[in-house]
Design a protein around this ligand. Structure first.
Ligand SMILES: Nc1ncnc2c1ncn2[C@@H]1O[C@H](COP(=O)(O)OP(=O)(O)OP(=O)(O)O)[C@@H](O)[C@H]1O
Ligand SMILES: [Mg+2]
Length: 499
């Protein structure tokens, strides 16, 4: 067996009354890829955070290269050779790309407190070039770059000095196909170099494909360590949720079922630089899916339909009343909901409670004249949080303290609360564990039955095929095909139209 690099034994972490990790022992070995899986809130990020020096354990010991290891900070862990790619944005606004890349290591670029910025920028440029990020200017503010570029800058930084341990927390779900492939390449390269790798992911086929062994956590407790053929999606799913997974995952029918009535119509929509001449009708009770690569323009199409981007040409019209959508105030007023892909940044208000986040878009529903009863607010928040199975102490807890996937659920709960008639969903199950994923699919089916329409974008072909009545494919900003729901529709049919 490969040599152990780090051992964390009998680890515990409590946040107030929350027992996030309870008595978990984990070993990271040379050239070995260990997967860490479990439902949202099962303690995966907490366990990795302790190894990466984010905070100390409540109890437990760690040994690194045979010596006792007690990192006082993330920087200390990094200096020791442990790199952590976090689930959320790991770079800091208000600083340049180069400053972000060498945060805490500026000393190595100067003497006596003076940092040689020229050398710092030159070194940053070198690292960026080596990592396929030649288009990034290290002297620019980091905010100038997209979420994906920032993640890749963070990744490049983590590899600028050869690490002994690399921890990758839910990074692939937020990236385009190209970004994901780059991460897979890095994993293969690092494995060959003998780095110990820890991967956290909700994509169980990805885990099966990448990992040598897989640890299952449930409610902060160790459940099993899997090897070989035991590492398969069915087995992992069952161990994660503690029971057989019942019923179908996607829709069981293969008919294209929806009303004839058109509820929304997009005509010749164009946004310069993003997409051209997109037209479609959305029917009552229809799930209309858009499929393509992440940069094909489909995310921008959804934003434009919601009124968050102003089209260069074309229009979006609601059949009822002939309302034209020009901005988000109009769309929300006419009962359109929008669940963005990047939920942390675009629609979760982190410094306030779960309750405030959930009721934010529905205050009209519980308002009596000018009064809003705190009880009604709490009731609504509790109901919605229950539907989405948000793992929390209470709805009064701060949103920022939730696990990554539970934050995502709160955003969905917020929109579900407001009685919308059209749901625009951008990658609705991103970062969400398998159990609740199935629940979102059942909700979408309920919507259909109630005559509510769904416009959805997904990067998972199986999700589109499994749920949509109709799929429109896009490539390089253009509509390339349309498929009606059918039993014979395959992933290959769609892929052919998108790459
Ligand atoms: N800073 C914090 N304060 C309070 N509670 C926290 C804090 N960080 C995490 N928790 C709680 O600890 C538990 C475990 O969270 P953790 O982030 O480790 O889950 P996870 O397995 O990474 O889930 P996900 O798949 O959703 O990312 C959750 O109940 C979460 O709400
Ligand atoms: Mg997490």
């Amino acid at each position: 067996m490969a040599e152990t690099i780090l051992k964390a034994e009998h680890m515990f972490k409590e946040f107030g009354a929350t027992k996030a990790v309870t008595d978990v022992t984990i070993e990271l070995r040379q050239g070995t890829v260990l997967g860490l899986v479990g439902e949202n809130g099962s303690g995966k990020s907490t366990l990795s955070s302790m190894i990466a020096g984010v905070y100390p354990p409540t109890k437990g010991q760690m040994t690194y290269m045979g010596a006792a290891y007690k990192p006082g900070s993330v920087l200390e862990a990094r200096k020791a050779g442990i790199q952590y790619l976090t689930q959320e944005q790991g770079t800091i606004d208000g600083m340049t790309v180069a400053e972000n890349m060498f945060l805490g290591e500026e000393d190595s670029f100067g003497k006596g407190g003076m940092v040689n910025m020229r050398r710092l920028i030159a070194r940053a440029k070198e690292i960026l070039n080596e990592n396929g990020l030649a288009h990034v200017d290290p002297s620019q503010p980091i905010e100038k770059y997209s979420f994906e570029d920032r993640k890749m800058i963070e990744t490049a930084r983590s590899l600028s000095k050869q690490p002994d341990i690399l921890i990758i927390d839910e990074t692939t779900t937020a990236l385009s196909k190209k970004g994901v492939e780059r991460i897979y390449e890095i994993i293969a390269e690092q494995k060959a170099k003998g780095t110990a790798i820890l991967i956290i992911s909700h994509d169980l086929s990805e885990v099966q494909h990448l990992c040598d062994e897989v640890m299952i956590l449930r409610d902060g407790v160790f459940i099993d360590l899997l090897h070989g053929d035991d590492i398969n999606p069915d087995n992992m799913r069952q161990k994660m949720i503690g029971r057989e997974f019942e019923g179908s995952y996607y829709r069981a029918d293969f008919e294209c079922t929806h009303g004839d009535e058109v509820v929304l119509s997009a005509k010749h929509l164009t946004v310069d630089g993003a997409f051209r001449d997109i037209s479609f009708d959305l029917h009552k009770g229809e799930i209309l899916g858009f499929g393509g690569l992440s940069d094909c323009g489909m995310h921008e199409v959804l934003k434009t339909v919601f009124g968050a981007i102003k089209p260069t040409h074309g229009s979006v019209t609601l059949t009822e009343g002939g309302i034209k959508i020009h901005n988000t105030t109009t769309s929300v007023k006419h009962k359109i909901a929008y669940i963005p892909k990047d939920r942390d940044k675009e629609s979760l208000f982190q410094p306030t409670s779960i309750k405030d986040n959930i009721v934010a878009s529905s205050l009209d529903k519980i308002r009596k004249w000018i009064y809003i009863s705190p009880r009604a607010e709490r009731k609504m928040a509790n109901e919605q949080a229950k539907i989405m199975e948000v793992k929390m102490q209470s709805v009064m807890q701060m949103a920022k303290d939730l696990s990554g996937g539970n934050k995502q659920k709160v955003v969905i709960a917020k929109w579900l609360a407001n009685d919308s008639r059209i749901f625009i969903m951008d990658c609705p199950t991103r970062g969400i564990d398998v159990g609740v994923k199935a629940k979102i699919y059942r909700l979408m089916e309920d919507f259909k039955k109630q005559g509510i329409s769904v416009l959805m974008v997904s990067e998972e072909m199986m999700e589109l095929i499994g749920m949509a009545d109709r799929i429109i494919t896009m490539k390089d900003g253009r509509q390339t095909g349309e498929f009606m729901r059918s039993e014979s529709l395959s992933e290959a049919d769609i892929i052919q139209k998108i790459i």
